[in-house]
Design a protein around this ligand. Structure first.
Ligand SMILES: [Zn+2]
Length: 159
């Protein structure tokens, strides 16, 4: 999925829960913040490697879970990986999800498109339509007015 959509989903999840929106969004940003520059400067030849690795997330999870903010980073990071896997399946390229097991496995035929070219490829795909629906849903939530966060009363004070 596109980077802004990962951030949107994390922000909505934070707003609908007791979790910190900021740290959920930070976690959701990690995979692309790590991997896109590595691909763009040529360190990696594809754009979903170390930051998109379930294995790295698994290795770091015990350390992150030992910290309050780290728990939310794990949730946000995991949401990014789950949404990317969903987009690969929805777009008929389920084998691309193997890239989430980097470095033990890689997609047999990765797209390997830099961000700009990826956007041209992606616009109009079924997953892109799904993303538009997510943005529409978020827009409707904002228009209706978000419900108070769980654990707050109508004045916004912590309960
Ligand atoms: Zn991603």
């Amino acid at each position: 999925m596109l980077f802004p959509t990962h951030l949107l989903v994390a922000a909505v999840a934070g707003r609908a829960s007791r979790l910190s929106t900021l740290w959920l969004v930070v976690g959701a940003a990690v995979p692309d913040v790590v991997d896109k520059p590595l691909g763009l400067i040529g360190v990696m030849d594809i754009y979903q490697t170390v930051g998109h690795s379930v294995l790295l997330l698994g290795v770091l999870t015990p350390f992150l879970l030992s910290r309050r903010r780290g728990r939310m980073v794990v949730v946000g990071w995991g949401s990014h990986l789950a949404l990317d896997a969903l987009h690969m399946v929805v777009n008929g390229r389920p084998a691309d999800a193997l890239s989430l097991a980097w470095p033990l496995a890689t997609a047999p035929d990765p797209l390997g498109l830099p961000p700009g070219s990826f956007l041209e490829f992606y616009v109009g795909s079924p997953s892109f339509v799904l993303e538009l629906l997510l943005w529409l849903f978020a827009g409707l939530l904002l228009r209706r007015g978000l419900p108070p966060r769980p654990g707050t009363d109508v004045t916004g004070e912590q309960g």
